[in-house]
Design a protein around this ligand. Structure first.
Ligand SMILES: Cc1cc2nc3c(=O)[nH]c(=O)nc-3n(C[C@H](O)[C@H](O)[C@H](O)COP(=O)(O)O)c2cc1C
Length: 265
């Protein structure tokens, strides 16, 4: 008689502004699917995740990094469900443009404090989505393809290591912690509240189509008549900046973007 192995359950929870993190999560889950039966959730959906968190053998948490810190919706998600992490095995996947120091561990330490065990953590370099930055370039087309090829290899190795029980915990060393904190998080978190209120819409460009309001993951944007009105609780995810058909939205930059990240919508 053939032996049928019981599959373990995996619940994946992600936040993704412009699709990079979602892409990585779906690829990782596909690679883990021979051993894990997975459910996947976008945490910006308004629903109760308690049951899925409680019953999972393995929890995957995934987010883009913002100044070596998780986005605030992910921090709020963790705060809300913190108790359910106790005794759980957790994998963390963080996406970044090029550097975060201790990006995965910035939430991983809190998970461990709550009694969870972070069995593996990885940072995946993905294209930049900070479209109104004067410093970082946007990649679409061929340049995007090349970045994705590297990312795919890293995700596949991460999956293999998890399945082999030897996943590395990237970002958990004291040196990574110090670098992440002193080079980025300290400054980013200090100015985060102001940045969340900074979103501005160029009224000479905006046509009031409402696409930004429709897709905002935290309902920060509301369409009132022909105007879009921000509520001052921006997640800084850059979805609206990259979606706006008139390039009318700016967040941390000085001017609306010249180029938009179209990559993985
Ligand atoms: C507000 C903001 C801050 C960011 N800070 C960093 C950073 O500190 N280091 C980095 O390498 N990438 C940084 N990025 C780039 C994103 O983390 C990266 O493009 C990510 O893959 C986007 O994922 P998403 O498409 O799932 O939202 C930042 C992006 C934004 C919008």
């Amino acid at each position: 008689m053939a032996y049928i192995k019981d599959m373990r359950s995996l619940a994946a929870f992600y936040f993704s502004g412009t699709g990079n993190t979602r892409y990585c999560v779906l690829r990782l889950l596909e690679r883990l699917s021979k051993e894990y039966k997975a459910e996947v959730f976008d945490i910006s959906e308004k629903r109760d995740f308690s049951k899925s968190l409680s019953s999972a053998d393995l929890i995957l948490i995934a987010f883009p990094i913002y100044g070596s810190a998780p986005p605030y919706p992910m921090r709020e998600f963790f705060k809300k469900y913190e108790k359910l992490f106790s005794g759980k095995d957790v994998v963390i996947l963080e996406t970044q443009y090029f550097f975060s120091g201790d990006g995965a561990a910035s939430l991983g330490r809190a998970i461990e404090k709550a009694g969870g065990r972070v069995i593996a953590a990885e940072h995946i370099n993905m294209p930049n989505n900070l479209a109104d930055s004067e410093v970082f370039q946007i990649k679409n087309g061929e340049a995007l393809k090349q970045t994705l090829e590297k990312a795919n290899r890293r995700i596949d190795k991460f999956a293999k290591d998890i399945l082999g029980g030897k996943g590395r915990r990237r970002g958990f060393s004291p040196l990574s912690h110090a670098v992440g904190y002193f080079c980025q998080r300290k400054y980013f978190r200090k100015g985060e509240a102001e940045k969340r209120k900074k979103l501005s819409i160029d009224k000479t460009r905006c046509v009031g189509c409402g696409l930004c309001a429709k897709h905002c993951p935290v309902q920060n944007l509301k369409k009132e008549g022909d105007e879009i009105v921000p509520a001052g609780k921006c997640a800084l995810c850059y979805r609206c900046v990259n979606l706006c058909p008139k390039k009318a939205i700016t967040i941390v930059g000085k001017a609306p973007p010249k180029d938009q990240y179209r990559g993985l919508r």
